[in-house]
Structure formats: structure tokens, C-alpha cells
Design a protein around this ligand. Structure first.
Ligand code: COA
Length: 416
């Protein structure tokens, strides 16, 4: 099967999570991704949170599948020479260095486009160019705080809280992938490359769009009717943390199921969406609530929403989360068990779809990873192992025209 991105050559100058998540996605879809790493050490995640001594950590293997690894010291003249050749022959360079690092290395946007006017240079930074914090180095949780996620996540009587989901890292990588694909399409029309830049703050904020909606509603109205604080609690002038309330205007909550006393994940998420109210009443054995003016509309329900959730919890008390969902789905009620990572790892549906997939690795044996969440009718992305450090150095150098003697010279200079 020909993969859609086959023939697209990507210099993967990324590290940690945000950049690698982007280039891994492009590699799954067929791009030829060459990860450029510092000789001797490589991406810091190779050694971070190791579970097996001297073997690439899962942090690395789960973000760098389907790539080649070229070791190259791009601060040495010999390394710069190799990078220059690579730039001339590639389509895209992706990087997520600290601000200014690529310029300091001698490869500014102007230099790169002079070397290859068709080149797309794609960058992740913590903050966008010209932002008053654009000199800052940024990691995941910094971005979640800067992008509005932390101030709006958690409970109203607790501190701002970050999410376990990588809203700053992988999410920014996904935004960058969209930018790169757009620039590739643009290049087909103009013949020219361009710079693509995505900031982690902006990418987090893009996912917090509904909270900016809520800020404007709060400014106008002074309250937010779907938040647990309404109508009994207080609102200040900023969007509050809403606990587990639904962000889309449908009241919902995490509710205890049978076994919650000992199992930290014996819960379901339950949404009281407008259309589902009548089925919910029937499922709970409360048909009288359907027409009762105290319950019939979302506005009528909100003042005693927690009494309603309590009633649902009583109904759930003798049902496991899976039993409860199996009953509720028959009534067309939106809900889900709260799944642990262990349950997800063993979920037969996720395994069958390839979203959870096993990858054989030369040194660590087989490990689990998250495969492509994007499904196609004519492409089944296959996940192959992440490369060992420098595994493809000779192969890549040979493809650039270096002879064995040249490669020995580069090794001698400790440039590769
Ligand atoms: N050969 C030689 N030098 C190399 C190299 C190579 N192959 N690869 C990287 N370097 C150098 C860089 O040129 C830079 O040098 P300089 O600062 O002296 O000019 C140096 O390594 C450090 O790079 P940097 O990216 O700043 O690493 P860091 O460990 O200090 O910071 C981050 C890490 C993630 C905080 C930072 O890269 C960052 O803010 N990135 C942008 C935002 C981002 O992506 N963050 C999320 C990561 S998941």
C-alpha cells in the first residue's frame, strides 16, 4: 500500500514530547522521518523514567516510532556540513528547541530558505513570536497554566489543577502536524516553503475555547447557569473551576458505582443532556419526573442538580460501572465507565482497532503504545519500533553521498 506521505523527507530536530508527537504522526502516514540527535546522549527522554537499565525508556519509544536516528553534533563544522546537505534534500524541518537555539546554531529561517526555498520549517515554542514571554523555555504544565486550562480545571475549593492529558505537549504537536500538512498543500500551489509556528500556550487555549465563551457570558450575566455554583454559590468576575461539570452546557458528573469504596475508578460519567432526560427518568424508575415542572427543563433541574445526581448514585449503588453503562446505553443515555489505564491497556476494542498496539523492540522486547487515533479507509498505519541512538547514521550519510572514508572522518571529528 502506498502511504500518502511517502516521499516527504522530514528532518526531525525535536525532543521530549511536543515535537516528537508531531513527527511520529507524520511517520505513521508514510513520511521519511530522520531524527537528528546529539551523539552520545540523544533525546533526553531516552534515559528519562527508565524501567529497564540501559534500555531506551518508554517515554522515548512511545513517541518516536517509525523514525530513523541520525547522530549529529550540529555545533561542529562537520555536523553543520551534514545538516546543510540534509536541508537541501528535505521537505520539512521540525524543531522544538528553546527560543533562539536554531538561530544560534547558524540555521535561521533566512539561511534555511536560501539553502532550500521549498523547505517548510515548523517550530513549537512555549509562547508565540513577539509574546512578552517569548524568551521562556516551557514544559507541559507551564503551558497548561498559561493557556487557561489550569485556572478552569479542578474543584472550586481547591487550587488550579493541571490535566493528565498532554494538552501542552502532544496537543501542540498535533496542531503543528496540521500546520505542516497545510504548508505542504500550499507548496504544491506556490512551489515555495514557509515557516509554521505553533505555541504551546495557543494550542492549550484553542482547547479551552469554551472557557473563553464562559468568561464573556459571565461578564454579561454575572453567573453561569450550568456550573455547580449556580444558583446557590457565589461567582466572582472570573470563570470558576467547575469540578466535573460538563463543559458544553450539559450538566454531568462523575458518579459512584458499586465498589467505589475500594476501587478508585468505580465511577461512571453521567450526562443529563436535554434530549436524554425522559430516557434517564425511565431508566431510573422515575417516570413521574418527565412532566414534573420541578424537573422537566434544564433550568428547573439546576437548583437541585445534586439531589438528582444523588438519586442516580443510589440507583448505581448495586451496579458495577460496566453493568450500569450496559443498562443506560439501551436508553440512549450518554455515559461512560471511568476507565483505568490498566483497563484501557487490555481493552479488546482498542486492541482490535490498533489504538492500543504492541510493538517489538530490539532491546526491550515488546511494549504497548498508542497507535494512530486517526483511521482511514485506505491506510492502516503500522507502528514500528523507535530507533536506537544513531541506528541509521551510516545509512542516512550514505544516502547523502558520503563514502565510508567520509563517514570515518566525521566519526573522527566526533560530529556523528
Ligand atoms: N548538536 C548540538 N547541539 C544541539 C543538538 C545537536 N544535535 N541538539 C540540540 N542542541 C543544543 C541546542 O542548539 C541548544 O544550544 P544553545 O542553547 O547553546 O544554543 C541546546 O542544545 C539546548 O537546547 P534546548 O532546546 O534549549 O534544551 P533544554 O533542555 O535547555 O530545554 C525545553 C528543553 C523543552 C524546555 C526547550 O527545548 C523548550 O522550551 N522548547 C520549546 C517548547 C517545547 O517544545 N517544550 C515542550 C517539550 S515537550
Amino acid at each position: 500500500m502506498t502511504k500518502p506521505l511517502e516521499g516527504i523527507k522530514i528532518i526531525d530536530f525535536t525532543h521530549v514530547q511536543a515535537g516528537p508527537a508531531c513527527t511520529q504522526l507524520l511517520a505513521w502516514f508514510g513520511a521519511d522521518v530522520v531524527k537528528v540527535e546529539r551523539p552520545g546522549s540523544g533525546d533526553v527522554t531516552r534515559t528519562q523514567l527508565r524501567d529497564i537499565p540501559d534500555v531506551d525508556a518508554l517515554y522515548f519509544t512511545m513517541l518516536n516510532s517509525n523514525k530513523k536516528s541520525l547522530t549529529l553534533d550540529t555545533k561542529k563544522p562537520e555536523g553543520k556540513e551534514v545538516l546543510t546537505k540534509l536541508i537541501k534534500e528535505s521537505d520539512v524541518l521540525v524543531e522544538n528547541f528553546g527560543p533562539g537555539a536554531l538561530d544560534r546554531m547558524g540555521f535561521s529561517w533566512d539561511t534555511i530558505r536560501e539553502l532550500n526555498p521549498k523547505m517548510i520549517v515548523a517550530s513549537v515554542k512555549g509562547f508565540s513570536d513577539g509574546h512578552h514571554y517569548d524568551d521562556l523555555k516551557v514544559y507541559e504544565n507551564v503551558a497548561q497554566c498559561a493557556g487557561g486550562a489550569a485556572s478552569t480545571t479542578g474543584f472550586w475549593d481547591g487550587p488550579p489543577t493541571v490535566s493528565a492529558a498532554a494538552l501542552g505537549d502532544s496537543n501542540t504537536g498535533m496542531h503543528l502536524a496540521i500546520g505542516i500538512l497545510t504548508a505542504l498543500m500550499g507548496r504544491q500551489k506556490t512551489g515555495k516553503g514557509q515557516r509554521v509556528a505553533v505555541s504551546m500556550q495557543d494550542s492549550v487555549l484553542n482547547l479551552c475555547r469554551v472557557k473563553l465563551r464562559d468568561q464573556q457570558r459571565l461578564d454579561r450575566l454575572g453567573y453561569l447557569e450550568e456550573y455547580p455554583q449556580y444558583p446557590h454559590g457565589e461567582f466572582s468576575d472570573v470563570v470558576p473551576r467547575g469540578g466535573n461539570a460538563g463543559g458544553g452546557g450539559q450538566p454531568g458528573w462523575v458518579l459512584k458505582c458499586k465498589g467505589w469504596e475500594t476501587d478508585p475508578n468505580a465511577y461512571i460519567y453521567f450526562t443529563i443532556q436535554g434530549h436524554a432526560w425522559a430516557p434517564i427518568c425511565r431508566a431510573l424508575g422515575k417516570p413521574e419526573w418527565i412532566e414534573d415542572p420541578h424537573y422537566a427543563t434544564p433550568q428547573a433541574r439546576q437548583p437541585h442538580i445534586f439531589d438528582i445526581f444523588n438519586t442516580i448514585e443510589q440507583w448505581l449503588a448495586d451496579k458495577t460501572k460496566f453493568e450500569a453503562v450496559d443498562i443506560l446505553r439501551k436508553f440512549d443515555i450518554p455515559c461512560s465507565p471511568v476507565l483505568s489505564m490498566k483497563e484501557i491497556a487490555n481493552d479488546p476494542s482498542l486492541r482490535a482497532s490498533g489504538t492500543i498496539t504492541e510493538v517489538p523492540h530490539k532491546e526491550r522486547g515488546t511494549y504497548l503504545t498508542v497507535g494512530s487515533p486517526i483511521k482511514f479507509s485506505d491506510l492502516k498505519p503500522e507502528v514500528t519500533a523507535s530507533p536506537l541512538l544513531g541506528e541509521h547514521t551510516d545509512e542516512v550519510l550514505a544516502s547523502l553521498g558520503y563514502s565510508n572514508e567520509d563517514i570515518a572522518r566525521l566519526r573522527e571529528a566526533q560530529a556523528v
